[in-house]
Design a binder for this molecule. Structure first.
Ligand code: NAD
Length: 354
């Protein structure tokens, strides 16, 4: 199968492409604008594969998208390209509106004539899979509920509002034009190749450098964590075997308070790196509480029952095993994150330009 992936140089997109190249015989075209979050170093292990191609393309550029669709002739589009960092969406929402809403609209509108022009057999088999987040459902503060596929949308941040909008566009293109779409809404991912601004890598790298470990507000935010390679495996499964027109919630049933996540990282580092930076007695002593983010949701938790009953899916990693693997990965791959921190990851281009 020929699979077009948008946002494939990002955290989840690169995990998906590594998974596809290693564990299937499919061919991938990665379309990525290479914003600050796009890092082709994360694809170095598959860049030489004859089944992998890269093109630096903006999903808001309709002409470029149409040309890539015409040339590559995908049977499946998996759309991950997005602005994804909530704090950045609060400081500057414009890029989020543009990429997440206008970009999704542009991709849908270029896929529609492409799909309509396919011969009947390929038209019937074509799929468009949109990758979204559980943050569209809002906040479960003070309840023991879980998000299901029928939970009403109630986004809190510019990021989650822009993702909610993009989900609605995808559903509308399916209902109105019959474009064969699927949507998945996933909980917080963590794992290797995660950009250092996100909670888990930020804490690992700060702790290793003896820097403060900032935890927001009352430190009672609860997130439902999923190891990124479990998500990548699932995305391919849902995109290929899920039912067209459906939404699937993906989560690891790993609800953790952010403060406990940070404490777990400290405990793993105590075990793996007992020699600490000068002046640090225990890694956990570096934890500091900082002013909360505006509109901060307290609790997210996914009911992934539909994935389990319909597709037989369950994650392979527990939070403990996944977190151990993640900390080890950052300890063993210092050059990857050092190139991110010093900015050199943006200077090089690895991959076959399509
Ligand atoms: P990321 O920020 O790591 O990567 C996003 C990628 O999209 C980058 O490679 C970037 O260069 C690319 N991109 C941004 N704007 C673009 C544009 N206009 N055109 C083409 N490419 C562009 O994000 P991620 O964490 O890998 O998330 C991927 C998707 O999964 C997003 O849609 C996000 O909403 C969703 N998601 C993420 C999580 C999570 O925990 N990270 C959880 C659920 C869903």
């Amino acid at each position: 199968m020929r699979i077009l992936v948008t946002g494939g140089a990002g955290f989840i997109g690169s995990a998906l492409i590594r998974h596809i190249i290693r564990h299937s015989s499919h061919t991938v075209l990665n379309l990525d604008k290479q914003t600050y979050a796009g890092n082709l170093d994360s694809l170095a292990s598959v860049a030489d594969s004859p089944r992998y191609q890269f093109s630096q393309t903006d999903v808001c550029d309709a002409a470029a998208l149409a040309a890539q669709l015409r040339l590559f002739q995908p049977a499946l589009v998996i759309h991950l390209a997005a602005e994804s960092h909530v704090d950045r969406s609060i400081d500057g929402p414009a890029d989020f509106i543009h990429t997440n809403i206008v970009g999704t609209y542009t991709l849908l509108e270029t896929c529609r004539p492409y799909w309509q022009g396919l011969d009947p057999e390929r038209k019937a088999a074509f799929r468009f899979h949109h990758v979204s987040t559980d943050e569209v459902y809002g906040d479960l503060d003070g309840t023991s509920e879980l998000f299901t596929e029928t939970t009403s949308y109630s986004p809190s941040s510019p990021y989650s509002a822009s993702k909610a909008s993009s989900d609605h566009l995808v559903h509308a293109w399916q209902r109105t034009y019959g474009l064969p779409t699927l949507v998945s809404n996933c909980s917080n991912n963590y794992g290797p190749f995660h950009f250092p601004e996100k909670l888990i890598p930020h804490m690992i790298l700060n702790a290793l450098q003896g820097r403060p470990l900032p935890v927001y507000g009352a430190s009672d935010q609860i997130r439902d964590w999923l190891y990124v390679e479990d998500h990548a495996r699932t995305l391919l499964e849902v995109a290929v075997h899920g039912r067209v027109g459906e939404t699937y919630n993906i989560g690891g049933h790993n609800e953790k308070r952010n403060l406990d996540v940070v404490r777990s990282i400290c405990a793993i580092l105590e075990e793996l790196v007992p020699a600490k930076p000068a002046g640090v007695d225990r890694y956990a002593d570096l934890i500091v509480f900082v002013e909360d983010r505006p509109g901060h949701d307290r609790r997210y938790a996914i009911d992934a029952g539909k994935m389990f009953w319909e597709l037989g899916w369950r994650p392979q990693e527990t939070f403990d095993s996944g977190l151990h693997k993640t900390v080890r990965w950052y300890l063993e791959n210092t050059s990857w994150w050092q190139r991110v921190l010093n900015g050199t990851y943006r200077l090089d281009r690895i991959g076959n330009q399509a």
